[in-house]
Design a protein around this ligand. Structure first.
Ligand SMILES: NC(=O)c1ccc[n+]([C@@H]2O[C@H](COP(=O)([O-])OP(=O)(O)OC[C@H]3O[C@@H](n4cnc5c(N)ncnc54)[C@H](O)[C@@H]3O)[C@@H](O)[C@H]2O)c1
Length: 316
């Protein structure tokens, strides 16, 4: 099996590419090394992936020629390339939609012209927005997204549904719930807090620590992605599936766990709550279990210990 992973040099993408190679699948990592966060990190990751046997293609998912080239010989696509930030999407919604929606369309058209009929894509718990009842089930309406980012991810799901109807695409859109772990995105809370604790630096806390998240360790996300890659098939229709860690934790608990794992108190600077953020996320796991056999294995305390060990440069 040959799998194209867009956003392959990013946080989740790079873990997925490594896992694909480990199990003997060929992997192509397409990435634009976007400056949303330090591109040097992504380039170093890409170099390691190339050493491990991945084909790395530098280019933009919005460029049809690049995407067509990357699709050569590919039978499955995992689309992770995106502008991933809620805050960034409020500041610059045009770029968020250009990458997350037009970028997906370019990919879908290239897949159609190359005859590649199976796609797994990254959606987000944020699509549940303002009208969902926890635990969030995939059959809830998801029609009140609270940020342009969330709206772009919902629009992307709908486009996949259209291509399944019109062109027989087999599609699974996975709604990831707050993913963390080694090489985690530097703009996300756990990574920021761990770094600040280890460097004894102050760090902003948005809100009062009462925000609740269903955190998911990156290895669990990768296990779900691999299952989706194996299950998705041309002509199989479109589905959305939650991938969540299965337990909810307030940011206050996260802070306590990071302090325990690092042995250092966090120097928190209180800031107003982030606009566009949800107060709570919680995945219902029934569909993920039924369709993908998904069982998250890494509880938050263990995942934080592993993330801290990685940040300290300890061997895995
Ligand atoms: N991390 C999370 O908690 C989380 C939660 C929900 C959904 N997601 C989604 O999962 C996917 C992966 O997220 P991540 O956390 O690994 O983010 P990431 O930023 O680490 O990875 C995204 C990668 O896409 C690349 N990219 C951006 N624009 C591109 C373009 N135009 N062409 C080609 N490559 C481009 C970036 O350079 C980056 O390497 C994204 O679609 C994100 O929206 C992530």
């Amino acid at each position: 099996m040959r799998v194209l992973v867009t956003g392959g040099a990013g946080f989740i993408g790079s873990h997925l590419v490594e896992a694909l190679l480990r199990r003997g699948s060929a992997a192509v990592a397409l990435d634009a090394f976007d400056p949303y966060y330090d591109p040097a990190l992504k380039r170093r990751t890409a170099a390691r992936l190339a050493e491990a046997g991945a084909e790395v293609v530098e280019g933009d998912v919005r460029d049809p020629a690049t995407v067509e080239r990357a699709l050569e010989g590919v039978d499955r696509v995992v689309h992770l390339a995106a502008m991933p930030g809620v805050r960034a999407s409020i500041d610059d919604p045009l770029t968020t939609f250009d990458v997350n929606v037009r970028g997906l369309l370019v990919l879908l058209e290239a897949m159609r012209s190359r005859g590649v009929g199976a796609l797994v894509s990254a959606s987000s718990s944020s699509v549940y927005g303002g009208d969902a009842t926890p635990p969030f089930r995939e059959d809830q309406p998801a029609s009140r997204p609270l940020s342009p980012y969330a709206a772009s991810k919902r629009a992307a799901e709908l486009l996949c549904a259209t291509y399944a109807e019109l062109h027989g695409l087999g599609s699974i859109a996975l709604r990831f719930f707050t993913v963390y772990g080694p090489r985690g995105r530097p703009d996300m809370a756990i990574g920021k807090f761990v770094r600040a604790a280890l460097r004894d630096e102050p760090v902003p806390l948005l809100g009062d620590g009462s925000v609740v998240r269903d955190f998911t360790y990156v290895d669990d996300i990768v296990a779900g992605l691999l299952r989706a890659v194996d299950v998705v098939a041309p002509g199989g229709g479109h589905d959305v599936v939650n991938l969540g860690g299965g337990a909810t934790h307030a940011m206050k608990e996260v802070i306590a766990l990071i302090e325990a794992a690092t042995g250092r108190p966090l120097r928190l600077e209180r800031r107003p709550p982030a606009p566009g953020d949800m107060q709570l996320t919680h995945a219902d796991q029934a569909r993920a279990r039924a369709r993908l056999g998904f069982e998250p294995r890494v509880p938050l305390a263990e995942g934080i210990r592993r993330t801290v060990a990685w940040a300290r440069g300890e061997p895995a």
